[in-house]
Design a protein around this ligand. Structure first.
Ligand code: ADP
Ligand code: MG
Length: 359
């Protein structure tokens, strides 16, 4: 038996953290949000396989921190596991930048896999740092960009031909671009004040200006006919502390304007994190489709947003590398609260067994 070389170990573990173009965009956007950005541009070339660039106007990275910014397990967000009890940031593992470096290009021709350009308020000019696959800085030069950070990822999965191959069919690529757009929409809804733009091969795909509230953000993402049929809903309780804020389809609204054939417009958040929670999704679908006695909405998914806010100490977000699954310590209480909100809106408790959600 032999111990694997450290470069191989790095590639193997990084490719578990960074699984797709979507995943890279999510990690980079969350870094931008953690840096207090109010504007984020996401630019993809060849569906992100040739280049992914995320630019923000956040607080930037201090020069003293740049040597370790992409070294795995270096983070400015927590100091120990106890800090997870009051986590307010999206990131905390110090893994994303380092893992991205490991799975992007590093060849004889291009000696870096990731470029980070950053400027803080104190810096006179921005600096562009080229990082190698270990996350170390290989070179740096002054740059012209304003305050904030721009991360460019070259040739994702270049060193993982099978993974790259998985994303090379046009159908798969288009699906991935759609998922990236859905992800931007989720952040657009939960962060109304955020300006967002998605560009693919230099052509604008989707954008959203800064708006005042969740309703205006929904308007920019779902369109006016869906939003005209959404009602704001609130629930606030103590012990356990749970706040629910949402926009749900009006009772009896025409299902063709308030639902979609896929679940991607059912926007669920826990503490501002876009999440997938099967049990809550099932509840929402049951109550929604029970209003249509002939069942025309049986295979449909309601367009809505539900924002669940609980104390940070009662959520564990460290379940899956992409943090889209969370463990709620008071799950039953949350389900009961969501159900009560739905009953108060739709007036009855449904007894429908819906078709399983397609994966
Ligand atoms: P984490 O987000 O878990 O801390 P990352 O590898 O994603 O780990 O980022 C490492 C560190 O680099 C962050 O803790 C932060 O200090 C810095 N950083 C990364 N991206 C940005 C950004 N866009 N703006 C400001 N700082 C950033
Ligand atoms: Mg991060």
């Amino acid at each position: 038996m032999k111990q694997l070389p450290s470069d191989t170990v790095r590639l193997l573990s990084s490719s578990q953290v960074i699984t797709s173009v979507l995943n890279v965009v999510k990690e980079l956007m969350e870094n931008s949000l953690d840096a207090g950005a109010s504007s984020i541009d996401v630019k993809l070339d060849n569906y992100g396989l040739d280049r992914i660039e995320v630019r923000d106007n956040g607080h930037g990275i201090k020069a003293v921190d740049t040597p370790v910014m992409a070294v795995r397990h270096f983070t400015s967000k927590i100091c120990s596991h106890e800090d997870l009890e009051h986590l307010e940031t999206y990131g905390f593992r110090g893994e994303a930048l380092g893992s991205i470096c490991a799975v992007a290009e590093m060849t004889q021709l291009i000696h870096f896999s990731v470029a980070v350009t950053t400027k803080t308020e104190e810096d006179d000019v921005s600096t562009q740092y080229m990082l190698d696959f270990k996350g170390n800085i290989v070179s740096q030069k002054p740059s012209h960009l304003g305050q904030g950070t721009t991360v460019s990822v070259m040739k994702l999965f270049k060193n993982l031909p099978v993974r790259r191959q998985c994303f090379s069919s046009t159908k798969k690529c288009k699906e991935e671009l759609k998922k990236v757009q859905d992800l931007l929409m989720a952040y657009a809804i939960v962060k109304p004040e955020l300006r967002l733009m998605l560009v693919h091969n230099k052509v604008g795909v989707w954008q959203k200006a800064k708006v005042a509230d969740n309703r205006s953000a929904l308007l920019a993402t779902l369109g006016s006919s869906a939003v005209a049929n959404l009602l704001p809903c609130h629930h606030h309780q103590e012990q356990p502390e749970i706040v629910l804020e949402g926009f749900f389809p009006k009772p009896g609204a025409d299902y063709s304007t308030t639902s979609s054939s896929s679940p991607d417009k059912t926007f669920l958040f826990v503490n501002n994190r876009p999440v997938q929670l099967k049990e809550i999704m099932k509840l929402l679908r049951q109550h929604y489709s029970a209003q249509y006695p002939d069942d025309p909405a049986r295979n449909r998914f309601p367009m809505l947003m539900l924002k669940i806010t609980v104390p940070p100490s009662s959520v564990d977000v460290n379940l899956t590398p992409d943090k889209t699954q969370v463990l709620l310590h008071n799950k039953e209480a949350v389900l009961t609260a969501v159900e009560a909100l739905l009953v108060s809106l739709y007036g009855f408790r449904p007894n429908t067994d819906l078709p399983a959600e397609k994966q």
